[in-house]
Design a protein around this ligand. Structure first.
Ligand code: Z5A
Length: 207
């Protein structure tokens, strides 16, 4: 039987990585085989593209960025996500296609439909079964990311407030359009409250 595919989405510092780890640990306690991964990245090829996108100081157009995120995703889906699901494992992925739709498509102004088309062959029918959207106000997320990383602010984090607001609005719109796939969670709550809510949602929707 195919495993379940869960993605976590939201702005920077929303708590996605923290909650991905807690959810994976909780599922493993119950005997579920879990693969934890993240985007961009997750395979050697996708990690090399991640370095180009997030760490190297190479100026890129929005179109080039969107194609690179999709290229990383194609490798990640084909070499890691799809095989794991086929083996019955659950895959928990920190960011996936909705990030590209929100960052490059909506906030980056390429257009959500254009970005969706670029990603069509990268993911095929490998859409998430459940997408957990962690909502925070911009300040909370940025404060958490800065407290964690100190001065290490990558070029996505450094973008202006209006860009992050456009990202947040896009995520809200996607969740409203696809309520069966998305669950919206208040990421401003403390870590254990958020984790408990996620466990309830996963139990209700997937178990
Ligand atoms: N990007 C894109 O443009 N297009 C795409 O297609 C994709 C990505 C896939 C990825 O950077 C950047 O790439 C991202 C979008 C862009 N940039 N932005 N902005 P990344 O993967 O390096 O970083 P990130 O995805 O933004 O994640 P993050 O900053 O690591 O945030 P997080 O995973 O949501 O948060 P966290 O690491 O779990 O928590 C942050 C800190 O807050 C940490 O110290 C925690 O202990 C603390 N924390 C977590 N939860 C709480 C609660 N509930 N209360 C208090 N403190 C908390």
């Amino acid at each position: 039987m195919r495993g379940n595919f869960i993605t976590l989405e939201g702005g920077e510092g929303a708590g996605k990585s923290t909650q991905a780890g807690l959810l994976a640990a909780w599922l493993r306690e119950q005997g579920t085989e879990v693969v934890e991964t993240r985007e961009p990245g997750g395979t050697p090829g996708a990690d090399a593209i991640r370095a180009l996108l997030l760490e190297d100081d190479v100026p890129l157009t929005a179109t080039a960025e969107a194609h690179l995120f999709a290229a990383a995703r194609a490798d990640h889906v084909e070499n890691l996500i799809r095989p794991a699901l086929a083996e019955g494992k659950w895959v928990i992925c920190d960011r996936f296609i909705d990030s590209t739709l929100a960052y490059q498509g909506a906030a980056g102004k390429m257009g959500v439909d254009t970005v969706r088309a670029i990603n069509a062959s990268a993911i095929g029918d490998t859409w998430p079964d459940l997408t957990l959207l962690l909502r925070t106000d911009g300040d909370t997320g940025t404060r958490r990311a800065i407290a964690r990383d100190g001065a290490e602010i990558d070029r996505f984090t450094n973008r202006e407030f209006a860009f992050h607001r456009a990202v947040a609005e896009a995520f809200d719109e996607f969740a409203a359009t696809e309520p069966d796939r998305f669950a919206v969670i208040d990421g401003r709550n403390d870590i254990e409250t958020v984790a408990q809510e996620i466990r309830s949602i996963v139990t209700e929707r997937l178990k």
